[in-house]
Design a protein around this ligand. Structure first.
Ligand code: CA
Length: 427
């Protein structure tokens, strides 16, 4: 007993398919419902979803510093508000309950049938009620590609980029979980720079391959979180697709930045993979030159080796992989992002979301957006069914996946899948 939850030798009595993103070493958190019941907190091992409200109800999650009511809430915030030590203890308890030699749930037929459900019978919901959503711009390759395309390849990065994690405040109300389709947004564009703007469905709908993290409560307004303290304030990570309308964006963004080109929807994967579960995959990030200012320096490595990929499935066709990237390419780490975000005294709250910005790698097949993959539409992609794409078409489904793997343990996020429906016409 009390084997650490990340131990590679752990096995569960719940069957876990080979290459599953969800071995017993993962223990992610999500919000699930079934049979018309209200959504409740859940975890997942293999393709089995575990209802935490049932385990709490029979007292198996008592003594962790988490009230039973928190296990009946339709979002994880009620658990997260108790902080890292409590959620860490919960993950450890769940690990112990489902280890192969633990009979508590395994040999209790009634409890097992109540608490365990097959994934395909479950509806997954937005895991966290997000108060504030911030989007960074922390991939050097992405910022370089965009700067090269829209400004000057010789001076692709703006003067501030290597000195601070550039970001902006996004919109929380339009965050959606995997599986919820979006409609192509309409808006103003100016395709002819000598003519008046026009209105209509975006012609340049794009994905952005990102990873987001959720915060626990930060500090009171006016106090900052140092890079040494950030881990205590980070709950876990999700895959994140920050949908973008490039033609709307290029017309509207001056001088205050993205607005309607971004706020119509951003999609996230359903399972929050804890920072604790990803700890074995921590590695040094890119060398930072010039050395950041003191408040952005970190004592421990800040990157995580997480393979990321994007695929595009036209209506009725199989998915084609269009991008393979890695979270490790991110120039500015989560610790630096959070330290920078709060250095002026800005407070973060339980359930805030910080997204990485598009994560592009060094090679053209590792770019995390269609904008870069097709170089602004000049190099269309050919999909496996023979169709070409410059941007995302109606009927396309965009699928993001991500996983880390080491010592025979694979920790992943599952799938983030979003279908694009046609624009809604004016009545
Ligand atoms: Ca973004």
């Amino acid at each position: 007993m009390n084997i650490p939850s990340n131990d590679p030798s752990l096995r569960s009595w719940i069957r876990t398919p080979k290459d599953s993103d969800f071995p017993i070493q993962n223990i992610p958190f999500g919000i699930a419902s079934w049979n018309g019941e209200p959504p409740v907190p859940a975890t997942r091992i293999g393709d089995t979803v575990i209802d935490l409200s049932i385990l709490a109800d029979v007292g198996l999650l008592d003594d962790l510093g988490l009230p039973r009511e928190a296990f009946l809430a339709p979002q994880l915030n009620d658990l997260m508000v108790h902080g890292k030590q409590a959620t860490r203890a919960l993950r450890q308890r769940l690990s112990e309950l489902f280890q192969e030699d633990n009979a508590t749930v395994r040999d209790d037929n009634a409890l097992r049938e109540d608490a365990l459900l097959p994934l395909d019978q479950v509806t997954l919901h937005l895991p966290v009620q997000v108060g504030d959503y911030t989007d960074f711009y922390s991939s050097r390759e992405h910022a370089t590609n965009v700067g090269s395309m829209f400004r000057d390849p010789a001076n692709a990065l703006l003067p501030n980029w290597l000195h601070l994690p550039v970001g902006y405040h996004g919109r929380a109300s339009s965050l959606i979980p995997s599986g919820i389709p979006i409609h192509r947004p309409m808006g103003q564009t100016r395709p002819d720079t000598q003519a008046a703007p026009v209105f209509g469905p975006t012609k340049q709908l794009d994905l952005e391959l990102e990873v987001g993290f959720f915060t626990f409560d930060g500090k009171p307004l006016g106090q900052r979180i140092s890079t040494a303290e950030t881990d205590d304030h980070i709950f876990g990570l999700v895959l994140f697709n920050d949908w973008s309308a490039r033609d709307i964006q290029s017309w509207e963004y001056v001088p205050l930045g993205p607005f309607l080109a971004k706020n119509f929807a951003s999609s996230m994967s359903a399972w929050v993979v804890t920072l604790d579960a990803l700890e074995p995959f921590r590695i040094p990030g890119p060398v930072q030159d010039p050395e950041p200012l003191t408040y952005l320096r970190t004592a421990q490595p800040g990157a995580f080796d997480i393979h990321l990929e994007a695929a595009l499935a036209p209506e009725g066709s199989a998915p084609s992989t269009i991008c393979k990237s890695n979270f490790k390419y991110l120039y500015w780490s989560m610790a630096q992002q959070l330290a920078h975000h709060t250095v002026n005294g800005c407070n973060v709250r339980c359930g805030d979301l910080m997204a990485s910005g598009t994560i592009s790698g060094p090679t053209p097949d590792s770019y995390g957006s269609m904008l870069e993959l097709t170089w602004r539409g000049t190099k269309p992609l050919t999909l496996s069914n023979g169709e070409e794409r410059k941007f995302i078409a109606d009927g396309d489904t965009v699928i993001l996946r991500g996983h880390a793997e080491k010592d025979g343990v694979r920790i992943g996020f599952g799938i983030l899948s979003t279908k694009v429906l046609p624009a809604i016409p004016f009545a």
